[in-house]
Design a protein around this ligand. Sequence first.
Ligand SMILES: *Cc1c(COP(=O)(O)O)cnc(C)c1O
Length: 340
Amino acid sequence: MAFGSRKAGGPPTEAIGRLARVPLCVLPTPLVEAQRLSEALGGPRILLKRDDLTGRSAGGNKLRKLEFLLADAIERGCDTVITCGAAQSNHAAQTAVACANLGLDCVLVLWAPMRQGTVGNLLIDDLAGAKVVFVDKSSGTTREQAMEAEALRPAGRKPYIVGVGGSCGLGSVGYALAFDEILGQCEELGIAPTAVVAACGSGGTVGGLLAGAAAAAPGVRVVGIDVDADPDLLGDTLRCARECAEVLGTPSPMEAPDDLLVQGYVGPGYGRPSREGREAIMLALRTEGIVLDPIYTGKAMAGLIGMVRAGAFGPSDTVVFVHTGGLPGLFAIGEDLLAV
Ligand SMILES: *Cc1c(COP(=O)(O)O)cnc(C)c1O
């Protein structure tokens, strides 16, 4: 669906027409009713936006951002993409697969002292042919410095650096469009969504959704469940939203809504499973048959459940929960998840 094909103040089609984009996703992803989950919670109507089914690698949200970021890389004549993440980074694996798909070389700077096994996303990184470099946090090198160092390495190659999570104004465009896609699907179903909820890790996804809402439906509440516990996350999310609006030439979300980020669901820390997350994964699986992950979507679902229990949504609310993917991570820490 073309962004801007909608009547009500949607961003102009021209804005999106100006941006280079490579097709990596199979769109639209399904939007499905989660009636049994909603009944189990005694809560609002809940719909699931299946961005775990974006159509490359094991699916996931980063592919929507990479459609714009990798198009930019190609447009600039770059042939080697460098990005970073945790050892089990979904973003890194989706970048590796997308690069392989587009004939670009890929270097992944992974934030871990050394390789520990080849499971989950690491297996995908290797099979896709990415060069994987491990950098120890205690080395005193920042992720940015480590990526810059890699950028200097390949002689005769032209590097393109994608920042953490692909979270920046251009990457977030993918999620401003996803917001529009959700609105269009709801319209077809005769549904008026009142809130869109997603996991928030580096801010680009929720930032893009916020920019999409500011442009086309400011009344729809955008909620990010913080899965990272970085004090800069709110600022990063808002920056992504504003830069995204600037790229699109659409109204900017001026102030962060007070309740943009919901805290309290990180559990023992980023990348480590929580008990509430495991319970949320089990509930979603047993009611809807969907598989969430322990690092992002399970915790985001725990957040949604907590909000419903705290009365944050009334019976007349319709909540769209964005399933942002993460499946490989589940298989990387299965034992820890069951033990938590
Ligand atoms: C990266 C990621 C997120 C968070 O998205 P950000 O744009 O980084 O906030 C959520 N869910 C999954 C599965 C992810 O891999």
